[in-house]
Design a protein around this ligand. Sequence first.
Ligand code: BGP
Length: 466
Amino acid sequence: MSVFPKDFLWGAATASYQVEGAHDADGKGLSNWDVYSHLPGTTYMGTNGDVAADHYHRFKEDVALMAELGMKSYRFSVSWPRLFPKGRGEVNEAGVKFYSDLIDELLKYGIEPMLTMYHWDLPQALQDEIGGWESREIIDAFEGYARLLYERYGDRVKLWATFNETIVFTGLGYLTGMHPPGVKDPKRAIQACHHVFIAHARAVETFRKMGVQGQIGFVNVLQPNDPITNSAEDVKACELAEACFTHWFYDPVLKGEYPAELLAMAQTALGVPVFAPGDAELMKNNICDFIGVNYYKREMIAANYDVDGFEMNTSGQKGSGKELGWKGLFKLVRNPNGRYTDWDWEIYPEGLTDAIMRINKRYGNVPIYITENGLGAKDPIVNGEVLDQPRIDYLREHIQATGEAIKLGADVRGYYPWSFIDLLSWLNGYQKQYGFVYIDQENNLARKKKLSFGWYQKVISSNGEE
Ligand code: BGP
């Protein structure tokens, strides 16, 4: 008997900027990524999402492949500037129609759409005109965007996520400067992040006021942290890392407040986040229906007296990753006994069981969807076949780890590998592949099923027993 419930949602995920292409088609406005990826030195070898997998023009072919795979659900994101070219104001009906057609096509095959409202592609106009996430004005703009989504798709979409991985777009966008808008300032990062939580709470409030029939949640990355040694200083550094990486991002949406100790630390040291009247109540009153967890790796933590900076391996040259961290607080270090990908991400399936159970313990038995999990690799092609056996091994172990958490009592309702199809990796280009479907860049972006496609088909048809 399978440990997975019989209505378990076996899915796969993508995101608009990474898969759609058609960056200026049919009235779409430019996003922050359309602009940023064209600036020198921002992405791996200058790659961008102008064309990507051209899913915008080929979604019917792609959805047919999803149906062939047996997918029960598809997690995708909407490009805000495709709907509102300027972020607010005039609606681009051609953009609205694209997602409406996509949703209809999914439902035709009985595939449940899971819609993410914001997977990092901000209308550039909002960056230019108001300063993006640093401005409180963005909260109204986001609410207007959410309202349009509910009005147009609320009759058909039942699973909604407001934001994807706030830690990444605010952390890399405002703290390490590796994502747009390329700022390096902890104070600005924390305040931008606060506006995201408030925008989320407002979108949840509006969802409920409008009576949309469905569930609304938030998607976070979860990298469980473990101390590299049992020394008191490493353990302490690890606790701080977990509070910063996990509790700061989960507590506001599952408890409706920031972790008190860390909030006091940030406000004392930096004077942020600044609350406007009503913010605290809004957070408190708009807890999520579910949480989406993106899991790829664990991070080992050590006390930090030397490293100050963030330089990631974006080339796929194994071992080229450096230690990352904030001096005086903590650093992320390599596990000498760990298995690693070519991008120096630790492969640690037990961490997924652990991550789920940490959520269960802190927030109660909240419904959980594993909204991303996957292996980024340069897949080998042998006699024209894409033999991605390492991906199969990775996913198999992580599916088992998900099953373990279900056995322990967690309410896990779905599993969405990243990614359905090969697509753009933000900083690592097209060479870092995750998909069940390969895109032939030399042959008009023709789709080709990888070895993992047939394997995942069996996982789904056997409800995880493969
Ligand atoms: C997550 C993002 C995805 C995706 C994935 C893989 O953080 O939500 O959009 O990109 O990570 O990351 P990468 O492409 O950097 O390997």
